[in-house]
Design a protein around this ligand. Structure first.
Ligand code: GRF
Length: 198
């Protein structure tokens, strides 16, 4: 069986994308990373993909409709033989139009223990709520906001002496960068066992 072919979509700094690229490169994820895509021409992920030597496409949204942008994205993914997508800080919600046309799995990472604290600024939401345990979730993407089936979660104890930024940094480095690659491995194993994931 040919190895699965993935793309990473990221809009920002790209530290999760970096952790994923390293996991593909080392063989920890037994699959191919075929493409990195960003919608932001100044995103930090661009330099990270260049340094790692992975092909990169910039698909800007400027002056075109959301549908046209997503159609363009679908075309690029198809041309590159991409079967599955990993969203890593991709700041656009994929529409039902896109999800109905993309045949593979789409995973996302969200910095809270879903279904608690969906949406933006989840780390700050957790800190302000005074939770004792915070974390992150890798989940399948469906048409809702952070609602798809959970693949893997990781948590940490909130310290009494850290501010919201400190907590966000620890969620990112101690949880997100660790669980995303593991979630992909779990997904691949489920596929290999013949389970219908979608
Ligand atoms: C991460 O916290 C991720 O969970 C959220 O956006 C952030 C992206 O950070 N969806 P980075 O670009 O991977 O550093």
């Amino acid at each position: 069986m040919s190895p699965k072919r993935f793309a990473i979509l990221a809009s920002g700094n790209g530290s999760n994308a970096q952790a994923l690229m390293e996991s593909f490169r080392s063989g920890f994820i037994p699959a191919e990373l075929g493409l990195v895509v960003t919608d932001q021409p100044n995103a930090g992920v661009i330099e990270r993909a260049r340094v790692m030597g992975y092909p990169l496409e910039i698909v800007e949204r400027k002056k075109i409709s959301r549908e046209a942008h997503e159609a363009c994205l679908l075309e690029i993914l198809h041309m590159n033989g991409i079967e599955h997508i990993l969203l890593a800080g991709y700041m656009r919600i994929l529409s039902p139009f896109f999800l109905a046309r993309f045949p593979g799995i789409v995973l996302n990472i969200h910095p809270s223990l879903l279904p608690e604290f969906p949406g933006l600024h989840a780390q700050a939401q957790q800190w302000h709520a005074g939770v004792r345990v915070a974390g992150a979730t890798v989940h399948q993407v469906d048409e809702g906001m952070d609602t798809g089936a959970i693949v893997l979660q990781g948590s940490l104890q909130v310290r009494g002496d850290e501010d919201a930024e400190g907590l966000a940094e620890r969620i990112l480095t101690e949880v997100e960068h660790v669980i995303y690659a593991r979630a992909v491995v779990i997904l691949l194993e489920r596929m290999q066992r013949g389970f219908d994931i979608r």
